[in-house]
Design a binder for this molecule. Structure first.
Ligand code: 5GP
Ligand code: MN
Length: 339
């Protein structure tokens, strides 16, 4: 987006409008952090703003300031649909293809005709937005949103709640500042957010130190199920529906499990396959270290995508067949994985 676009945008946002902010299905810290930061920001300019989320978020995000105002489409379809239909402007945050909101909400988004504004950091954005602010090199949508606010000269409106939301997305999408996408600029922005009142210690604890006993037991199962393909520097984990049920699986419980596979010595490609009986699919997370693109791998074989080092996908085969498919594929990438 060039400067003219920002001027146009600022003009558009100067008159009070009905604005919907949409996050992706299975919202994470970056999706809800950015959506709520933008919500709090726009509220200050007399817009009628609503965040519409396809489905609910994990428990560990339920404390985010403003979360009680989010309309969860899955729980309140008629209200969610009405809000989207009446919106003059729809921001889509932390995703770049409309199918990422799930089938039912996608249909609504494809029927309406608002000004679409995309702010995102995933690779290969679709072309549905009038304003696209995308940079795949930035660690998180929250960092990108901070720059977006700067470009609109809105820094002075970043209050404590906005700082808290932005900090949350940066923290979660950088794996607590350890992924390569974390830059000196990230730290400069985070320093500003602390000055603006974000409490790093409280936020970390609210997200990471709320494990249930069941979740820890499920992690034990995941670690026991972990398999290594040493020759291909690959490791993977499976979790069946039975295992999930046994430990009273709650949304978000498996978040981060795949990183244990990636943390193994010499392993640069990791996957977790999670049976989702309700959707009738296997939900997959891929992670890598270095140049091996899990975005490309997920796109090519598992109807997914994401970033070079973190992507997701799905399979309509059963768990066993999905793993077999994976085991057939990995050797084909051996050269890339060993180079
Ligand atoms: P996760 O494995 O944590 O669900 O997702 C890793 C990254 O890939 C996130 O940035 C997420 O937004 C993206 N992602 C997850 N699942 C999908 C998918 O099915 N399609 C696409 N395009 N991206 C995905
Ligand atoms: Mn993100």
């Amino acid at each position: 987006m060039n400067l003219n676009d920002f001027q146009d945008l600022k003009a558009q946002l100067s008159t009070s409008s009905k604005i919907a902010i949409v996050s992706h299905r299975n919202p994470d810290g970056d999706a809800y952090g950015s959506s709520l930061a933008l919500y709090h920001m726009l509220q200050q300019f007399n817009h009628e703003v609503t965040v519409v989320s396809p489905n609910d978020c994990p428990q560990f995000l339920k404390w985010l300031p403003g979360i009680e105002h989010i309309v969860v489409f899955e729980q309140d379809e008629s209200n969610g649909t009405a809000i989207l239909q009446q919106a003059d402007i729809v921001f889509t945050l932390d995703f770049n293809a409309l199918h990422r909101v799930g089938e039912k909400m996608q249909v609504v988004l494809e029927q309406i005709n608002p000004t679409y504004i995309m702010i995102d950091h995933h690779q290969q954005p679709d072309d549905y937005a009038q304003f696209t602010y995308v940079d795949e090199l930035i660690c998180s949508t929250c960092q990108l949103l901070y720059s977006f606010f700067e470009k609109l000269n809105w820094q002075e409106y970043i209050h404590q709640e906005i700082a808290t939301c932005l900090y949350t997305g940066i923290l979660t999408d950088t794996g607590s500042f350890r992924f390569p996408s974390t830059t000196s600029e990230t730290h400069r922005i985070v320093a500003n957010l602390l000055d603006l009142g974000a409490n790093h210690s409280k936020i970390y604890n609210a997200i990471h130190n709320v494990n249930t006993y069941h979740r820890m037991q499920l992690l034990g199962v995941a670690l026991k199920n972990m398999k290594m393909l040493k020759d291909s520097r690959t490791a993977y984990i499976t979790l069946s529906d039975r295992e999930l049920k046994r430990y009273n699986y709650q949304k978000g419980d498996t978040e981060g499990f795949v990183n244990y596979a990636l943390s193994l010595e010499n392993i640069i490609f990791a996957a977790i396959f999670i049976e989702d009986k309700k959707q009738g699919i296997i939900k997959i997370s891929f992670r890598s270290v270095g140049d091996f693109s899990v975005n490309a791998f997920a796109r090519a074989h598992f109807s997914g995508g994401g970033h070079i080092n973190a992507a997701g996908g799905r399979s309509e085969l059963n768990l066993k067949q999905t793993v077999e498919k994976f085991l057939d594929l990995v050797p084909q990438y051996k050269n890339e994985l060993l180079s």
